[in-house]
Write a protein that binds this ligand. Structure first.
Ligand SMILES: Nc1ncnc2c1ncn2[C@@H]1O[C@H](COP(=O)(O)OP(=O)(O)O)[C@@H](O)[C@H]1O
Ligand SMILES: [Mg+2]
Length: 191
């Protein structure tokens, strides 16, 4: 039988956020370890987050808290991708996809982070991972449909980014947050 647990409180939020980012320093600052001992719901929720592991060294992580960070994420992705043989057009395409995903974090989740990583397997490419501990998306398939928006937006951010990038995945859980992972491969490296 499932034990009955209290819903998350305001104290849970910074802890879950720090855990979702995989940021050890932030976890220490909010005393996540102690909170997990005291709070049953966070202990349950955090298990998959803790298993996910830490960001790798070649990953550049940009905290997203406001509009200025959208610009930083866009520039960071462009600069990282420019180390590979992407065309100028492809660099703009990557930057545009990152802008849309970063904008969604600011608008729907208030804050989160965008990790930018160069990958080499199976091809050279740039992988973007956008994470937030916001409200989550109730129906991801619907959110990926052209024109779907919950706030009178154009509803083209997610589907547009999906079209612009090569690989694209959204994982979201209500009340826990959203992770968008997208990769652009350097096509000239692909035989
Ligand atoms: N990070 C997120 N957290 C919660 N909901 C999101 C997030 N990103 C997108 N959504 C939901 O998906 C919908 C579609 O997103 P998008 O295609 O970017 O269109 P728009 O931003 O114009 O609404 C949004 O209206 C919102 O309901
Ligand atoms: Mg959007």
């Amino acid at each position: 039988m499932l034990e009955k647990v209290d819903p998350p409180t305001d104290r849970c939020r910074p802890v879950l956020f720090a855990l979702s980012l995989g940021d050890r320093r932030r976890q220490r600052e909010v005393d996540a370890a102690r909170h997990l001992l005291e709070c049953q719901i966070c202990a349950q929720l955090s298990r998959p987050l803790l298993e996910r592991g830490q960001a790798s060294d070649n990953e550049k992580v940009i905290p997203i808290r406001g509009d200025a960070d959208i610009v930083l994420a866009r520039q960071g992705a462009r600069e990282a991708a420019a180390q590979l043989k992407f065309t100028r057009t492809e660099l703009t395409v990557i930057a545009t996809a990152v802008s849309e995903i970063a904008r969604n974090i600011v608008r729907f989740a208030d804050e989160g982070e965008i990790a930018i990583e160069l990958v080499e397997k199976p091809y050279l490419g740039v992988r973007i991972t956008a994470r937030d501990a916001g409200p989550g998306i109730p129906d991801v398939d619907l959110a990926l449909a052209d024109g779907y928006s919950t706030y009178h937006g154009l509803g083209l951010g997610l589907p547009g980014a999906r079209r612009l990038m090569d690989d694209f995945a959204v994982v979201s859980e209500l009340g826990r947050g959203t992770t968008v992972t997208m990769t652009k491969w350097e096509k000239r490296g692909i035989q």
